[in-house]
Design a protein around this ligand. Structure first.
Ligand code: UT7
Length: 399
């Protein structure tokens, strides 16, 4: 079972569309500038009740439906994201709960826009060793929540969304043929998104925020990231194609991270490949970071750009700095799933939510019976202690 094949795929984009013209009402820019410099016309913005985990769930549920796989068969869920709601519980654990994938392990993976390809490699290796058989790899982001909406250098680029694939082990050669994962941390400051400061601990107080901390928005040196991207994308495509024992002529489609059309044009020129070897959907989706490759993959499939036995290259790059590429032999014919089956699959998720609620309730009742504090009481206690610490800190400074 050592070959990891993609047997299902799914994507979800929130309903709300934010056009370049909408952004031009917020910062000094124009549709013409954004489109000619990036290739983007519009992006999607998550609704108030949507989170990275709910978007990821939608993508994963669709991917399982295509694969006709029951959530209980899933061994591992990997979510590549830079915008988790919590450091823990991980987004992947929330998705595991929403899906009712009760046999699955789950973890988040942080490799910025390269995260999906990193996740694909990790899951495929776990399949190759025989440790697992079925994995869901998801890229999901709500970047609109970490945007500085006054910075026209970044807020024009990013959007929200999620995409997922189901990987399944098989003894039939194919699937992920090769991959390369790389990082250069010395360039980390070129593209940053601070964590932890999101909800500063009460002890640190407002002075901490005034010292420049607490701004958890994306900062980017666009020009430098652009230069880095054109080089590493072309190099890693060459490396990964060679590793797979192929040549560039054998590649049928390249699905790159959707950051900027001009980056892909520069890569195409470097590799002497026609632009139609690259699939782009950046015009409608913008840059959705870790989600961009699986969302583009799904769009490519719907556009009829993938055929049996095609060699497909995924290539991601971004914060870290990180970059990664993989070659997939596209060899799957998805099973025909009837409408009734799909309805039945949806019903499963209603049951999964219900079961999760029952578990929460039984945990609460168990805690009461044992006399241990409920999660709500623990939270109240932490808040009370936090207030006390702040008062003490204030006194210390006056002394
Ligand atoms: O997914 C993570 C990886 N991220 C990327 O790959 C992003 C890579 N970088 C880029 O895509 C591009 O660098 C940007 C699209 C972010 C910027 O395009 P650029 O062609 O590199 O512009 P620039 O930063 O060199 O700025 C050129 C000019 C500047 O004006 P001056 O100093 O020449 O007068 C900017 O102030 O364009 C100005 N500018 C804008 N003008 C109108 C920058 N942003 C905007 C804007 N609208 N939104």
């Amino acid at each position: 079972m050592k070959y990891a094949h993609i047997v299902g795929w799914g994507a979800y984009l929130p309903k709300k569309v934010l056009t370049n013209d909408d952004i031009a009402l917020m910062v000094e820019t124009s549709d013409e500038w954004i489109y000619t410099r990036t290739g983007i016309r519009e992006r999607r913005i998550a609704g108030e009740k949507e989170t990275t985990a709910t978007l990821a769930f939608e993508g994963a549920a669709r991917a399982l439906a295509v694969a006709d796989i029951h959530p209980s068969q899933v061994d591992l869920i990997v979510v590549a994201t830079s915008t988790p709601e919590y450091i823990f519980p991980s987004t992947a654990s929330r998705v595991q709960d929403y899906l009712g994938a009760h046999r699955a392990g789950a973890f988040d993976l942080s490799a910025a826009c390269s995260g999906f390809v990193y996740g694909l490699d990790m899951a495929a290796q776990a399949i190759a060793t025989g440790s697992i058989k079925i994995a869901i790899v998801i890229g999901a982001e709500t970047l609109s929540r970490v945007m500085d909406w006054e910075d026209r250098g970044t807020c024009i680029l990013f959007g929200d969304g999620a995409g997922a694939v189901v990987l399944k082990g098989s003894s039939v050669p194919g699937g992920l043929l090769s991959s390369t994962l790389r990082s250069d941390g010395s360039g980390g400051e070129l593209l940053t998104l601070p964590a932890v400061y999101h909800n500063p601990v009460p002890m640190l107080g407002p002075e901490y925020l005034q010292n420049g901390h607490g701004d958890n928005t994306i900062k980017m040196n666009g020009r430098e990231v652009f230069r880095f991207a054109t080089k590493v994308v072309s190099d890693s495509i060459e490396v990964v194609v060679q590793k797979a024992g192929l040549t560039l002529d054998d590649v049928d489609l390249i699905v790159p991270h959707q950051a900027n059309t001009r980056i892909i044009e520069a890569v195409a020129k470097r590799l002497k490949l026609p632009m139609d070897k690259f699939f782009l959907n950046i015009e409608q989706a913008g840059n959705t970071s870790a989600a961009s490759i699986p969302i583009a993959l799904v769009d490519a499939i719907h556009a009829g750009r993938l055929h049996p036995d095609d060699n497909v290259v995924f290539v991601g790059f971004g914060g870290g700095l990180t970059w990664a590429a993989g070659v997939i032999k596209w060899d799957v014919t998805p099973p025909q799933v009837s409408l009734a089956d799909r309805e039945w699959q949806r019903a499963r998720y209603i049951w999964a939510r219900l079961r999760s609620r029952i578990r929460k309730l039984s945990r609460r009742i168990g805690a009461r019976l044992l006399g241990s504090p409920t999660p709500e009481a623990s939270l109240r206690d932490v808040e009370k202690r936090g207030k006390g610490a702040r008062v003490q800190g204030g006194k210390g400074e006056r002394d």
